[in-house]
Design a protein around this ligand. Structure first.
Ligand code: NAP
Length: 319
């Protein structure tokens, strides 16, 4: 059963039919119970938009709707309940109106060493962070395409660009969402639909606290590489530099921008770490350029059996 709760939906529908609130958008945000999703929802409501926020239980639903009884709508949805996503979007479109903006925000971080963490943990991470987000994109796209307008904002992460030991599954999911977002942006650009992948650095939310799924430890070999990272993350939780309210202001700015970016980083840590990653990647590509060029048919590169030696030498020289 789809649990969608509207308050004053008829009133909103009438207003929309009379074109009274045409500048206001209908914004669907997943995961509005806390953190970035909640901040996005509150900022959008304060600007007069209609926000349909997804939550996962009845208490969260009631609590969300108290923010703005007329324009805060709630939808009980776990984004991995794939079968309920299309009918939920149809219901929104019929009872409220077409979704102008989808913010795929719901997600969580899995923390654990790859060799220790189960495939079930990997599947769950991708189900929520990737498959759920894609299912929602697929559900809103038909109407956005017909209307030749819409904006899909996917909350990825700086972990969609950079990596560190202990979050392989999380980074994998966010790299995937970055790639999917960028590709989709090219597919739908001609239809007047924008896609923006927003990659936050560390923000002060429940992400590293109650929401994080932590795999148990079993292989002592990894203690030295992983234990300090886990400890540092636990200590930093609640003290991160990123302010969700400021991120929400950026989101509103994106909605008002005629040509929004396909990729946007949020936070000083994201900027620093992603720049370092891009520089290091560019250095490695250059160091191995001969080898890269040696594989085309008709390539006259002299790289052959000596490939690995020359590549390694160049790589070492760079460092
Ligand atoms: P948060 O405070 O833990 O909020 C996560 C939200 O996602 C909650 O509303 C949660 O609902 C919802 N959610 C989780 N799994 C869900 C599922 N299966 N179906 C539906 N909703 C689900 O963390 P946050 O930092 O605001 O996270 C928001 C997004 O930002 C995530 O995609 C996260 O990966 C990304 N991000 C966060 C940071 C950071 O440092 N905070 C950095 C980079 C990216 P419940 O309350 O029901 O659990």
């Amino acid at each position: 059963m789809i649990s969608i709760y509207w308050t004053a939906s008829t009133e909103i529908l009438l207003l929309k039919k009379k074109n009274i609130i045409m500048t206001e958008k209908i914004i669907l945000i997943t995961g509005v119970s806390s953190g970035l999703g909640r901040a996005f929802a509150e900022a959008a409501l304060a600007e007069g938009h209609i926000v349909i926020g997804t939550v996962r239980n009845d208490d969260a639903r009631k609590e969300f709707e108290t923010i703005e009884p007329k324009r805060a709508k709630s939808l009980i949805l776990d984004v991995t309940d794939f079968g309920t996503i299309d009918p939920s979007i149809s219901k929104i479109e019929q009872e409220i109106g077409p979704v102008d903006v989808l913010v795929n925000n719901a997600g969580y971080g899995h923390e654990g060493i790859l060799e220790e963490a189960s495939l079930a943990d990997l599947r769950r991470q991708f189900d929520v962070n990737v498959f759920g987000a894609v299912a929602l994109m697929k559900a809103v796209l038909p109407t956005m395409r017909k209307r030749r307008s819409g904006h899909i904002i996917n909350i990825t992460s700086m972990g969609g660009y950079i990596t560190m030991p202990g979050i392989a599954y999380y980074c994998g999911s966010k790299f995937a969402l970055e790639g999917i977002s960028e590709t989709l942006a090219k597919e739908v650009k001609g239809f007047g639909i924008h896609v923006t992948a927003v990659a936050p650095g560390s923000f002060r939310t429940d992400w590293a606290g109650r929401s994080m799924v932590r795999s148990g430890r079993s292989i002592a070999d990894y203690d030295s590489v992983f234990d300090p990272i886990r400890k540092a993350r636990e200590e930093k939780s609640g003290h991160q530099a990123g302010d969700p309210i400021k991120a929400a202001k950026v989101l509103l700015r994106l909605l008002a921008t005629e040509n929004p970016p396909v990729h946007l980083l949020l936070g000083s840590d994201a900027l620093k770490l992603v720049r370092e990653k891009i520089d290091s990647l560019a250095g490695e590509i250059t160091a191995w350029e001969d080898v890269t060029l040696s594989t085309d048919f008709g390539s006259h590169s002299s790289v052959g059996s000596e490939v690995s030696c020359r590549g390694s030498a160049a790589g070492n020289k760079k460092k």
